[in-house]
Design a protein around this ligand. Structure first.
Ligand code: NAP
Length: 250
């Protein structure tokens, strides 16, 4: 068994790498920071290849597929991603485009290319890391929330397509709330609520993926919050979201 994990140099991706290694998966690890990938490689006893790469550059994503398409990958984990906190009008446009390239385009291209190989073989898992943000609008973390809406809806739609195609390929989307990682440091924010550990989220996500669960939401608090949000009038939901996000940047 072999897994390709993007964003494996820290946080959820790194802990998914450790957990899959403990289950005997060989690994292909992708992120920009080579030293961090080497640290992960050193800590596991399975065969591990590291590919330092910037996934915000589209041609790199195609190159990554070319480098790995013959590796007989059983599981693709599209985890790389980041956020930019602040008012949309004040955020750096290039940074936000970079974020859309990583969070949406790289995930789309890798899913699309490996999907065809997996369909031909009639096996394989694709785990896309979305967010609870993928069900909501998120003022002051606006473009990030929009990218995660793409990830969630794209993966859920794909799940339904594969079911109707009677395929044995499984797609899942992971939708956590706050998780203790480098996410805030990178994005320029902080959480006001207790965050889950990335070890817990990684294990939960992989266990559910291997049980063919399509929608994976770790933690009862976020499950409840998403459930009750469905009944809020849209304007009130936006107000609540603004208040929560605003506090993260103060
Ligand atoms: N933490 C949370 O509260 C939370 C909640 C919901 C969803 N998520 C999602 O979980 C995923 C993982 O985030 P995390 O929380 O674990 O944050 P993290 O610790 O900052 O990890 C992000 C990973 O993405 C990689 N990455 C970022 N930009 C990249 C690029 N241009 N090219 C290649 N790799 C890149 C980073 O590696 P390099 O910097 O080495 O390139 C790192 O390995 C993200 O998709 C995030 O949106 C996080």
């Amino acid at each position: 068994m072999k897994a390709l994990i993007t964003g494996a140099s820290s946080g959820i991706g790194r802990d998914i790498a450790y957990y899959l290694a403990s289950k005997g998966y060989d690994l292909i690890l992708v992120a920009r920071r080579e030293d961090r990938l080497k640290e992960v490689q050193k800590k596991v006893s399975v065969n591990t290849k590291i590919i330092p790469m910037d996934l915000s550059i589209e041609k790199n994503v195609y190159k990554l597929y070319d480098m790995t398409k013959d590796e007989n990958i059983d599981m693709l984990v599209n985890n790389a991603g980041f956020a930019v906190f602040g008012f949309t009008s004040k955020n750096d446009i290039d940074k936000e485009i970079q974020m859309m390239n990583v969070n949406i385009n790289a995930l789309y291209i890798l899913t699309r290319l490996f999907l065809n190989d997996f369909i031909k073989r009639n096996s394989g898992y694709i785990l896309n890391v979305g967010s609870s943000a993928g069900f909501l609008a998120g003022p002051k973390l606006n473009t990030y929330y929009a990218t995660k809406n793409f990830v969630v809806k794209f993966t859920l739609g794909l799940y339904e397509e594969l079911k109707h195609q009677k395929s044995n390929v499984h797609v899942s989307v992971l939708c956590p709330g706050p998780v203790e990682t480098e996410f805030n440091k990178v994005g320029g924010g902080h959480f006001n609520v207790k965050a889950l550990s990335s070890e817990y989220v990684a294990k939960y996500a992989i266990d559910k993926t291997l049980k063919n669960k399509y929608l994976i939401i770790p933690g009862i608090t976020i499950k409840m919050a998403l459930f009750f949000n469905r009944f809020l009038p849209y304007k009130l939901s936006l107000k609540v979201a603004y208040t929560i996000q605003d506090k993260k940047t103060r």
